[in-house]
Design a protein around this ligand. Structure first.
Ligand code: PLP
Length: 397
């Protein structure tokens, strides 16, 4: 196949060449005296990305899902109550894991397209006078619907109720793309993965843990072995891991953290907003289609989920884009299957690159009979970007 395959699923994302090259490394002894240089560079280098000086970072050879399990099993006991909300496939799957682990979940059902229901959380926490809720779960960026939630407000609800529950946040598709403030928001467990904003292959589960959450380990009786933070703590203290680490991915992570530091995290966050605004202009002003996200407060800067008109199957748009134009769009999941397609605009991306996704989606929509104005998405995105100051990461000096 000539030309590039354009990847617009919201993870795995495009990898910078520097990251790819950094991973082409011979295997080496992970118990050598030199190894801790790499181990410590990764564990310490993650802290600024979480905006933490207080938290402890962990890296597991897993995907993000593994770190959901780390978060739960290291802090909770069978029958413990957790508060969670379901508004998309990933918030659903975390709830499902809680239930399968034997936790009691108070689930707040939310229409897909909205996010964490902070007012309901506040009411439930206020009414929980016996403090039976041990953890509050929040999916920062619901990738299946393109919805971002206000985590600071969840912390505020906990504080206003003087509630001691742990705040556990899924930041799998927000870390390194949307603003995420582990310390300022009083997060206790932040769960991420390597294949989104960190611009790596899948394969690393990444976690940031508060001192309070670490202290819960002593009394937490959910079964854990491979995912026990205790083993990690002992070995990480010296820059090692309790088992064979995913060496190539660690080399990639070290390079990705260097790239993030060079651009500057706040510049990266601004770039994601600027690119997302261009994409949203294409969707709403150009194509005159709706986002799954119901209101601007929920708009995600890392992924846009675009509703297709009634009577059209979104899967056809995705199939056409893939087979005819070499463009991989994200699918609608679970109750959104067929109703939407997604354009991921996170990670290593700029305007012209994102134009490939917008124009590929536009051609595919036209081909399957969706009556959008040809060229309208590209025109709206370009009008937005030309009218706005680009973030510094997009300028060649
Ligand atoms: N949470 C969110 C918000 C996600 O987007 C994903 C994956 O896309 C996951 C959790 C699961 O992560 P993984 O596929 O790395 O296990």
């Amino acid at each position: 196949m000539a030309g590039s395959n354009f990847l617009f699923v919201p993870g795995p994302t495009n990898m910078p060449d520097r990251v790819l090259r950094a991973m082409v490394a011979s295997m080496e002894d992970h118990r050598s005296p030199k190894f801790p240089q790499l181990g410590k560079a990764c564990l310490e280098g993650l802290k600024p990305v979480f905006k933490t000086t207080q938290g402890t970072c962990f890296i597991f050879p897993s995907s993000g899902t593994g770190c959901w399990e780390v978060a739960l099993t290291n802090t909770l006991s069978p029958g413990d109550k957790v508060l969670a909300s379901r508004f998309g496939q990933f918030s659903h799957l975390w709830i499902d894991m809680c239930q399968r682990l034997g936790l009691e979940v108070e689930v707040v059902e939310v229409e897909w397209g909205a996010g964490v229901p902070v007012e309901q959380y506040a009411r439930i926490l206020n009414n929980d006078t016996n403090k039976t809720i041990k953890a509050v779960l929040a999916t920062h960026n619901e990738t299946s619907t393109g919805v971002a939630s206000d985590i600071a407000a969840v912390r505020h609800a906990l504080d206003a109720a003087s509630h001691p529950a742990l705040l556990m946040v899924d930041c799998v598709s927000s870390l390194g793309s949307l603003d995420f403030c582990f310390d300022d928001w009083g997060v206790d467990m932040a769960v991420a993965g390597s294949q989104k904003g960190l611009m790596l292959p899948a394969g690393l589960g990444i976690l940031c843990v508060s001192q309070k959450a670490l202290a819960m380990r002593a009394g937490a009786t959910l079964q854990r072995a491979y995912f026990d933070l205790g083993d990690m703590l002992i070995h990480n203290a010296n820059g090692y891991f309790p088992y064979t680490p995913a060496l190539s991915l660690l080399y990639g992570l070290k390079e990705a953290l260097q790239i993030i530091a060079e651009e500057g995290l706040d510049n990266i966050i601004a770039r994601h907003h600027y690119l997302a605004e261009g994409c949203r202009a294409a969707v709403m002003q150009g194509w005159r289609l709706a986002l799954c996200a119901k209101a601007p407060q929920w708009y995600s800067d890392s992924v846009s989920a675009i509703m297709v008109p009634e009577g059209v199957n979104g899967a056809e748009v995705i199939a056409r884009a893939y087979h005819r134009y070499n463009v991989a769009l994200g699918a609608g999941l679970a109750q959104m299957a067929g109703k939407l397609f997604r354009i991921g605009h996170l990670g290593d991306m700029n305007e012209v690159h994102l134009m490939a996704g917008i124009s590929g989606a536009e051609m595919a929509m036209l081909d399957v009979g969706i009556k959008v104005e040809p060229g309208s998405g590209v025109a709206a995105a370009s009008a937005y970007w030309r009218a706005h100051q680009p973030p510094s990461g997009l300028l060649i000096r």
